[in-house]
Write a protein that binds this ligand. Structure first.
Ligand code: NZQ
Ligand code: ZN
Length: 412
């Protein structure tokens, strides 16, 4: 085991019965609340009206900002912060997916620091790491995906420069989060699949690159992956099943709360560095969809370059019941079984399928290197330079839409 520093300050309320306890918790932060929502789903579904009535009845003074986009734009965040400052709010309540939760953290930081623009504070920009604090943030996640309800991160997009990069501070970790699976039952299947793909990514990144020193982190990560691999197909058949939705939601929170890396050697979030560069280039691309597009190409590239074969093989044996004692065979088995799962669950495609043309690969790789690689290179159990990133992007083109499910492949 390697040394680690783990602080999980978020008070989690799980289940619809915990509504009153959560609302009571919010009273600690003050009465004036800025509620942040997305493009309209929580209003359309009636969730917002119910919540605002409850808050009003408890004497909260509500200011509502609606209109955070998927892959939240810095300019929209700035507008919301301006509103919150003007109304002198005490705290920010995010009611939506990862984009709304991330935006809320950034808004809480801008209001606290009396700043007007979030973009200079993201990774790669001049004021990175210089924020001083944030108003308290509470969240009600409506997607099972990012774990933003417990993380220190806010990932910000800026379409003006085709950029997407994080701000991360311990003080941005939400103080309280209410996880209510009821809010997930009407989530479209496409978005549910994107979210499932993101959950897997949060454990697979360091499962692959974080070494062998923490067997418990391995088993923990496998449990999260296994939960997603088995639960998503069940949700496809019963999208309104609250118990299944709850299972996926809890897996998402567990996947990025810090437990998944405890005791591992430090390792980069390479797939995320690549995916954020892709969805920065094309903000219409959902984060989880971008990750799903990269998985097969990335795993095959690692194996072809003789990197972390033992880790891919471990995943094959533990998650896909591959019996071979040969690491190469077990790795190939893992990759084909995982690809099969992606196909079955509508997550197998190429970059051109998701609107990223091959002639953009170089520009995107340059962005990844500049922003996430400090201008030099990324790493994936060894250096990952611009040419190698482009190779991975090109490999996705073998994952065409026409690819069919192969029922003879190992199933979980
Ligand atoms: O905008 P609305 O109308 O709410 O619609 C959203 C949006 O179109 C919709 N949706 C959400 N809840 C719904 C619903 N539709 C119907 N019923 C509901 N209950 O879903 C769409 C996608 O929402 P979004 O919030 O963008 O998705 P997600 O939760 O996947 O968040 C993605 C963002 O989080 C970042 C990603 O990069 C991306 O910007 N991430 C944040 C992380 C963190 N804070 O730690 C880590 C992640 O790795 C990730 O990078
Ligand atoms: Zn992610």
């Amino acid at each position: 085991m390697n040394s680690f520093d783990l602080h999980i300050p978020t008070h989690i309320y799980f289940g619809k019965e915990k509504r009153e306890s959560f609302l009571e918790h919010l009273e600690k932060f003050g009465k004036r609340v800025l509620i942040v929502t997305g493009g309209g789903s929580v209003k359309r579904l009636g969730y917002y009206d119910d919540l605002s009535q409850l808050l009003n009845s408890r004497g909260f003074v509500l200011t509502h900002f609606e209109g955070i986009e998927p892959n939240p734009h810095s300019r929209t965040i700035n507008r919301a912060a301006e509103l919150g400052s003007r109304k002198e709010v005490d705290f920010v309540l995010a009611f939506g997916g990862g984009s709304v939760m991330d935006a809320s953290k950034a808004i809480a930081g801008l209001i606290h620091d009396e700043e007007t623009d979030i973009w200079p504070f993201v990774l790669g920009e001049p004021r990175y790491k210089t924020m001083k604090g944030a108003l308290p943030v509470a969240t009600i996640p409506t997607t099972a995906a990012t774990a933003s309800e417990v993380t220190a991160h806010a990932v910000i997009s800026n379409p003006d420069v085709k950029g997407k990069a994080p701000v991360s501070y311990p003080f941005m970790k939400p103080s309280a989060s209410w996880l209510n699976p009821e809010f997930h039952t009407s989530l479209p299947l496409h978005t549910t699949r994107d979210g499932a793909s993101d959950i897997i990514s949060h454990v697979i990144e360091n499962y692959l690159l974080g070494g062998n020193d923490s067997p418990l982190a391995d088993r923990y990560s496998e449990a999260v992956m296994e939960t997603v691999l088995t639960t998503l197909p069940m949700i496809e058949k019963n999208p309104e099943d609250e118990a299944l939705r709850g299972r996926l939601l809890w897996a998402s929170t567990m996947a990025l709360n810090g437990m998944q890396v405890a005791g591992r050697k430090p390792a980069p979030f390479t797939l995320h560095n690549l995916e954020h560069s892709l969805s920065g280039y094309r903000p219409e691309l959902a984060h989880g969809r971008g990750l799903a597009t990269l998985y097969p190409a990335y795993l095959r590239w690692l194996l072809e370059n003789d990197r972390v074969k033992d880790r891919i093989a471990l995943m094959g044996r533990r998650l896909f019941n591959i019996e071979s004692t040969d690491d190469y065979e077990a790795s190939m088995g893992a990759i084909t079984a995982f690809e099969n799962w992606l196909r079955i669950n509508g997550l197998f495609q190429s970059l051109s399928d998701v609107g990223i043309p091959a002639d953009a690969f170089e520009e995107i790789a340059n962005y990844a290197i500049t922003t996430y690689g400090g201008g030099r290179e990324l790493s994936a159990a060894g250096p990952l330079n611009k040419g190698q990133i482009i190779e991975i992007f090109q490999k996705t083109e073998l994952q065409g839409k026409e690819a069919q499910t192969d029922a003879s492949l190992p199933q979980i």
